[in-house]
Design a protein around this ligand. Structure first.
Ligand code: TNX
Length: 531
């Protein structure tokens, strides 16, 4: 395995040296506007970093920039917050004319490095761009020389997400933080955590201690020899939220309902339509067991859970899952039939719509809007829902369906964004049903599916999903995420006119080396270097 890795690295290095002449700046995602001129600004010991006194809240970003410069050049610049007219050196200033709250301007000229934004997030993203301008060792350039340029940049989409699945395989807090570090440098701003599933319940809920006591533990391993189990305390999750915020990433928790709930039923079997002994699932697949839409205690359970979840995650979004919930049990159950009669519903699909409208009433109390995996057989979703396109069915038909229902959409179309799928044949032994999703296919993704600008406003963004059935640890999660997430970042942030597979390929080498230097082990995209 090591040998294979060394061979890959050697290919990479060879390719890099061949490309070292390229004057491309290799920024991923590609900025909106980028102009370059000849020359370099040289960072020197006596330079200061002047932070606009009207922009004092950007002090954490100023510190970040100071650390970046120290790491890349070993030069320690001092931060000054006094009003100054100095233009020589490094400046961070507020520019309220930059309308997009994540947008920024970055100028590097013979006077210095000048970064402007209207909000902290913009400064943060400007710094991420700047970080990519420092050379990697094999480029053989002095590390304190930054090329003259002018960048005006802002994101194409407001929602740019990756998803991890610690429900299938638990991932420790430190692992999640490391994941956040890497994604933030590519301007992703949401991390969706799939916290509950058949295979494990991962959030401490004080009112229902058995959820973690029983529901987070698996009886057996899944053939990989690694015992399954683990959960986050509420303080763990709060620490993740705070950490993510410092990187301008918002955590979206998912409580998957009414299906994918074997871990709940193993702890509280009375929440099923037909209580019996249930067990936390050990093999991948879709279960027929749902929480019972006809039992009032189910809604009480969700209200209690959501109230604790709302206290941990302050943001306004809660993912309710809603995927893969076969209706068999509801069809057979007298509680459900009664509920249907009482509410004048004539089929179980309407009961599903009723279920989500009940849950949405709870959400309203806690000031949350629902996110859901889109299923066309669900009669309707609450009006304020944002749904995720995901199934490998005709995506254009689904997109139109979502549009006609007046819902907002996130594009996480499986064949382009499911990073649990293999990057080459045989990458996931014994799993035949997943299609191969290589880097090129990830780059072919069109989030708005060719719709015209005036027709695609309901599409709010994109998400790459690293489902966890075959992802036992964070190393594997990184291997599956990169470099495909670099392709996705360009689809999430850059406008269509700035997409170019040929240029992306040329930019890649520098990023792979940067990722390695951060300890992120990706899958080498060998097919690019051998074809
Ligand atoms: C479908 S996508 C699922 C997940 C699996 C994934 C595997 C979705 C909403 N549900 O439960 O992990 O496929 O690719």
């Amino acid at each position: 395995k090591l040998l294979k890795y060394l061979v890959y690295s050697a290919c990479l290095l060879g390719y890099t040296l061949l490309n070292a002449q390229s004057s491309d700046l290799k920024i991923i995602p590609q900025p909106l506007q980028l102009e370059t001129t000849n020359g370099y600004f040289i960072i020197q010991k006596d330079h200061t970093l002047a932070l606009d006194p009207n922009f004092i809240e950007a002090e954490p970003e100023a510190q970040l920039l100071k650390q970046l410069i120290k790491k890349e050049t070993d030069i320690e610049v001092s931060i000054s917050k006094a009003k100054t007219n100095a233009t020589n050196g490094i400046t961070i200033s507020r520019n309220r004319n930059i309308r997009n709250s994540e947008g920024y301007k970055l100028e590097i000229n013979n006077e210095g490095i000048h970064l402007q934004a209207s909000n902290r997030a913009g400064i943060f993203y400007g710094i991420q761009t700047l970080a990519q301008l420092f050379p990697v060792a094999i480029e053989n350039k002095p590390n304190n020389h930054l090329p003259f340029l002018s960048i005006v940049d802002s994101p194409r989409f407001e929602y740019r997400a990756l998803m991890l699945d610690p429900a299938r395989h638990f991932l420790p807090v430190e692992a999640i933080k490391k994941y956040i570090d890497a994604m933030a440098s590519y301007k992703f701003n949401y991390l969706h955590l799939h916290l509950t599933d058949d295979h494990g319940w991962r959030i401490e809920i004080k009112k229902y201690p058995l959820l973690t006591k029983i529901g987070s533990v698996r009886k057996e391993t899944n053939g990989n020899g690694i015992p399954r189990g683990g959960f986050y305390t509420q303080n763990d999750l709060k620490a993740i939220v705070t950490y993510a915020k410092s990187k301008h990433v918002e955590i979206i928790p998912e409580i998957d309902m009414p299906g994918h709930g074997m871990s709940i039923l193993s702890a509280y079997p009375d929440l099923a339509c037909f209580p019996r002994k249930f067990e936390v699932s050990t093999i991948p697949g879709v279960s027929k067991e749902l929480l019972c839409a006809g039992k009032p205690e189910v809604y009480q359970f969700y209200e209690d859970v959501i109230s604790e979840v709302a206290n941990i995650f302050p943001n306004s979004k809660l993912h309710l899952g809603g995927d893969e919930a076969p209706l068999d049990r509801w069809r057979e159950c007298s509680h459900c039939q009664l509920t249907m009669q009482k509410n004048d519903l004539n089929n179980e699909e309407k009961l599903m719509a009723h279920f989500f409208s009940q849950i949405n009433e709870i959400l309203v109390k806690f000031n949350k809007a629902p996110l859901l995996w889109y299923e066309s057989d669900v009669e309707s979703y609450p009006k304020n829902s944002t749904v995720f396109l995901w199934r490998n069915e005709d995506p254009d038909i689904k997109t139109q369906e979502i549009k006609s229902k007046g819902l907002q959409m996130i594009n996480s179309y499986g064949r382009n964004t499911y990073f649990d799928y293999p990057q080459s044949k045989g990458d996931i032994p014994n799993v035949k049903w997943m299609s191969v999703l290589n880097l090129k296919k990830a780059y072919e993704f069109d989030p708005v599916r060719g719709l015209a600008e005036n027709d695609n406003q309901f599409i709010k963004g994109v998400q790459g999903c690293v489902w966890g059935e075959y992802v036992p640890n964070i190393e594997r999660a990184f291997y599956m995420t990169y470099p495909r997430a670099l392709a996705l970042s360009e689809k999430a942030w850059s406008t269509k006119s700035n997409w170019s597979w040929e240029r992306f390929k040329k930019k890649l080498d520098k990023h792979l080396i940067k990722l390695l230097s951060k300890g992120v082990k990706f899958r080498p995209p060998v097919e690019l270097y051998t074809e």
